[in-house]
Write a protein that binds this ligand. Structure first.
Ligand code: NAP
Length: 251
């Protein structure tokens, strides 16, 4: 059973792995046996120490995914240092909050470019590297707002609904070529991304009151789903958007 979930000998690229969900996913993948390339604009030393403590190789790739410009270098640096790419986790993401009536074009573009455009073009570049090794696994980090509308987060909802659609499109195109494309839709987790929500007492109470598990998610709650979708255990899964949400969507 252990070998079904083993990532031994695999190389994983995780974007936005310096903190929050990306960090927890990177560490979980390393504990399951994968070497990890952490891609991001802030230093990911803490993640590096945890990956190396798990006995795996670690590479930090400094890149700002607000544009697609660094993508060829991300693939080249990872391949040169770690030998190839087997797993890509598109986790880096931002959120901007404003009423739809006041929402600016800058807040629209920043979120769509980071959360959706870079995820697509990094998937495209990584898939080419994966095909050289006979296949791979892509895991997109979606959201409850891949299913629901949300409020005051127009570009975020558009980006995460888009990412869910893209997950299915890429699964359709690449399933027959040995690449699994799936997504995890986290519920409400305690990270920088939800700091404003948690600071707002009213919103925080409302959200907590609707989570059947009775608590916000902790980043390490995502590790199991990430390892599953990155491993042979999910070889027949394509285009799924898997909620890890304490039951939020079941309400
Ligand atoms: P977070 O702590 O804010 O982490 C976001 C990560 O993305 C950070 O590593 C951040 O790097 C990176 N990032 C943002 N813009 C980037 C850019 N231009 N280039 C490179 N890296 C960039 O929030 P999180 O909650 O862990 O978010 C991770 C993912 O989960 C996001 O896609 C988010 O939408 C999604 N998500 C979160 C929740 C939740 O409840 N927390 C729920 C559903 C989905 P810096 O540190 O340099 O900014």
């Amino acid at each position: 059973m252990e070998s079904l979930f083993s990532l031994a000998g695999k190389v994983a690229v995780v974007t936005g792995a310096n903190t929050g969900l990306g960090q927890a996913i990177a560490v979980a993948l390393a504990r399951a046996g994968a070497d990890v390339a952490a891609v991001g604009r802030s230093p990911s030393d803490e993640t590096g120490r945890a990956v190396e403590a798990a006995g795996r190789r670690f590479l930090a790739v400094s890149a700002d995914l607000a544009t697609t410009e660094p993508i060829p270098r991300i693939v080249a640096e990872t391949t040169a240092a770690l030998g190839g790419i087997d797993i890509l986790v598109n986790n880096a993401g931002i959120i901007r909050r404003a009423d739809a009536l006041d929402f600016t074009e800058a807040d629209w573009d920043a979120v769509i470019d980071t959360n959706l455009k870079s995820a697509f073009f990094l998937s495209q570049a990584a898939a080419k590297a994966m095909l050289q090794r006979g296949g791979g696994k892509i895991v997109n980090i979606a959201s409850m707002l891949s299913f629901q509308g949300g409020i005051r987060v127009a570009s975020y909802t558009a980006s995460k609904s888009g990412l869910a659609g893209l997950t299915k499109l890429l699964a359709n195109e690449w399933a027959g070529r040995g690449i699994n494309v799936n997504a995890i839709a986290p519920g409400y987790f305690e990270t920088n991304n939800t700091e404003a929500l948690r600071a707002d007492e009213g919103r925080s109470r409302e959200i907590l009151g609707r989570i059947p598990a009775g608590r916000w998610g902790r980043p390490e709650d995502l590790g199991g789903a990430a390892v599953f979708l990155a491993s042979a255990a999910s070889d027949y899964m394509h285009g799924a958007i898997v909620p890890v949400d304490g039951g939020w969507l079941a309400r």
